[in-house]
Design a protein around this ligand. Structure first.
Ligand code: ATP
Ligand code: MG
Length: 337
């Protein structure tokens, strides 16, 4: 039986990249889990968010907004476990043990570390460096076997596998599963609207680089109108997008939102100018996102209710995590009395 875990950081407002690369997939897994009788677990990873500075009030709001985003996108607390990372202390407890299993060199190779720490690595937080170790704990404290993520998280899942393998070897046990990254769908890497070589991120300083789930129709249309493109018309086949990252990104987004493959989209829009294609893209985006953002706004009117839901989720999560942590401590040689 698979067990599915994934998380998103409340490090800003949710983007179209988070939605297409992650949240929409979570909903598919939730339904599959329900039909096939396995557990699906989704988390707001607030402890990851503070690896870069977050204003405390903003962090609280963003955490609730992320919970609202999950629910508005179709996650149901009656079907999946939905909770906030810091409310399940087993994550950090296991992360410490993994800090002692993982090697510095493994962390140093992570591209997210290099990107986010920037040139002045000495000034980055220790937490940012150790991020993948906590992420491995998030996953393995549930013995999760499948982790749906966007393409950018593949390297971290591979490191999770390395940690599981090394722990099992070091202690001569077959305890932690070797987790599979699940990177699937039409939009596993949505790119920035301003720069076709950078991924769309909620922490990008430019709001024009991303579509937020909370953007209204005007904002969405405006951002797509101003999105960077080249001057050529759209090609009629996918291979015509090869050296055109911005064009490819907009076509990919259209395909993912419309539930079509790229060739089918190009059969329809090949030969059109961007001035004609961009309003079409804005229409599909608005049609798709408007119901989500209005449901998010409705849920945000009752923050206490959101807190109650995630509190319940944390209790369910702990029921799974606690015995796994206890067993880990026993394997490592810690006294439990
Ligand atoms: P931050 O900039 O703070 O890192 P983020 O937008 O990268 O925020 P994360 O919380 O780091 O979001 O990632 C949550 C999930 O969304 C992960 O599974 C990640 O792979 C996925 N994801 C993030 N950005 C994209 C994107 N542009 N395209 C597809 N998936 C994405
Ligand atoms: Mg990220």
């Amino acid at each position: 039986q698979p067990r599915v875990f994934s998380g998103i950081q409340p490090s800003g407002g949710l983007t179209l990249g988070n939605y297409l690369g992650a949240m929409r997939r979570f909903v598919d897994w939730q339904e599959r889990g329900l039909n096939e009788g396995f557990e699906t677990i989704f988390c707001m990873v607030d402890l990851h968010a503070i690896t870069v500075w977050q204003d405390p009030e903003a962090l609280r709001r963003q955490t609730r907004e992320l919970a609202a985003g999950y629910i508005a996108s179709g996650l149901d607390p009656a079907k999946a476990i939905l909770f906030n990372q810091s409310q399940v202390p087993e994550h950090t407890q296991l992360a410490w043990i993994f800090n002692c299993v993982a090697r510095m060199g493994w962390m140093q190779r992570m591209t997210q570390w290099k990107d986010k720490a920037g040139k002045n690595q000495q000034n980055a937080s220790l937490g940012l460096f150790a991020y993948p170790s906590l992420m491995a704990a998030d996953i393995l404290v549930y013995h999760a076997t499948h982790v749906p993520v966007g393409e950018d998280q593949k390297q971290h899942i591979e490191l999770t596998r390395d940690i599981a393998i090394k722990f099992n070897n070091d202690y001569g046990v077959d305890f932690f599963p070797v987790t599979e990254p699940v990177i699937e769908g039409a939009a596993t890497r949505v790119m920035s609207l301003r720069d076709g070589s950078k991924k769309m991120s909620k922490s990008d300083p430019s709001d024009m680089a991303r579509i937020n789930l909370t953007d209204d129709a005007d904002a969405i249309a405006n951002k797509i109108r101003k999105a960077r493109t080249d001057p050529e018309a759209l090609p009629s086949e996918a291979k015509g997008l090869e050296d055109r990252p911005e064009a490819r990104n907009l076509v990919n987004i259209y395909a993912a939102l419309a539930g079509m493959d790229v060739d089918a989209v190009l059969a329809e829009v090949g030969g059109k100018q961007f001035s004609e294609f961009k309003p079409m893209l804005a229409d599909v985006a608005v049609a798709h996102l408007a119901p989500i953002s209005s449901e998010m706004a409705r849920l945000m009117e009752t923050p206490d209710e959101i807190d109650r839901i995630i509190g319940n989720g944390a209790e369910k999560a702990r029921e799974i995590a606690e015995p796994i942590l206890k067993k880990t401590y026993e394997i490592v040689g810690m006294i439990r009395s």
